[in-house]
Write a protein that binds this ligand. Structure first.
Ligand code: ATP
Length: 264
């Protein structure tokens, strides 16, 4: 009990790595996010949950400005990260996306070797030194728990790997550029339960060094691995709390109905 209270106290006193301030987002005329306010914390996994179309991916993509790639998008409010609004004029979105990397639902390795997939971002940065590249490949593949499976096949195509292995290579590709925050958009939903479990183990290890924000439809997954959970509905953030509170003692009726499977 004392340990639990100590942990709760610690969670409450931590300062956020990123804060979303009054964020609203429109796709043309359609408003997809309504006045979102929330903070994310270092070395935690935050899960975004809610029924299809509630805005989880939109919110996730706002965090590294992936939505900028859609011309109809208009955003109000902001997101502060490292004392700057990422929507301010000073933000270089290419740099931002290196610091805040993203892993997608479908594993999307490039049609190159495993090695070239992992070093892709470093090559773009102009890194040529083979020793540095080799080191990054080994470290990143180890961190995504796939090194032992591929270390003898680094120069074979990543497309020859299973879906779960491809997804871990995609995580390694993000890690190689040394990000701060990892965004995962339903990164295990296309995988079988064993591959999905391996990714969950990887995420639990990675949170010791990184901050992880993930969209998931899988409530068991959110309750198993996340520290905090945000429940969204129709573009609004309904409730955002420690994961145990959301699942065991939700404040809002909508949250309670959703986590108990009454809708969604
Ligand atoms: N590129 C887009 N152009 C127009 N509307 C969009 C676009 N992307 C998403 N939307 C709309 O914004 C709303 C939120 O979508 P979003 O994909 O963020 O929801 P979600 O909660 O991630 O859904 P899912 O769980 O099904 O992936 C939906 O109504 C969706 O139709």
């Amino acid at each position: 009990m004392a340990e639990v209270m100590k942990e709760e106290k610690l969670l409450e006193t931590m300062s956020p790595i990123m804060t979303v301030n009054k964020l609203s987002l429109f796709y043309g005329e359609k408003q997809a996010l309504f006045d979102i306010n929330m903070s994310f914390y270092k070395n935690e996994i935050t899960a975004l949950i809610g029924p299809s179309g509630c805005g989880k991916s939109t919110l996730l993509r706002s965090i590294n400005r992936m939505n900028d790639l859609i011309s109809s998008v208009k955003i109000t409010g902001g997101i502060s990260y490292k004392n700057e609004n990422i929507y301010g004029a000073n933000t270089d979105t290419v740099d931002l996306r290196k610091e805040i990397g993203m892993v997608f639902q479908q594993p999307n390795p490039f049609p190159f070797s495993i090695y070239e997939n992992v070093v892709y971002g470093l090559r773009l940065k102009g890194v040529r030194n083979k020793a540095i590249l080799d080191e990054a490949v080994e470290t990143s593949l180890k961190a995504s728990n796939i090194w032992d499976e591929v270390k003898d096949d680094l120069h074979k195509s990543a497309l020859g790997l299973s879906g779960g292995q491809q997804q871990r290579v995609c995580i390694a590709r993000v890690l190689a550029v040394n990000p701060d925050i990892l965004l995962l958009d339903e990164a295990t939903s296309a995988l079988d339960p064993i591959s999905s479990g391996k990714i969950e183990e990887v995420l639990l290890e990675l949170k010791k060094e990184y901050t992880i924000i993930m969209v998931t439809h899988n409530m068991q997954q959110a309750s198993r691995i996340s520290d905090r959970t945000a429940f969204m509905l129709m573009g609004k953030l309904i409730e955002y709390e420690k994961t145990s509170s959301i699942f065991l003692n939700p404040r809002e009726k909508e949250t309670s109905d959703y986590v108990s499977g009454k809708f969604g």
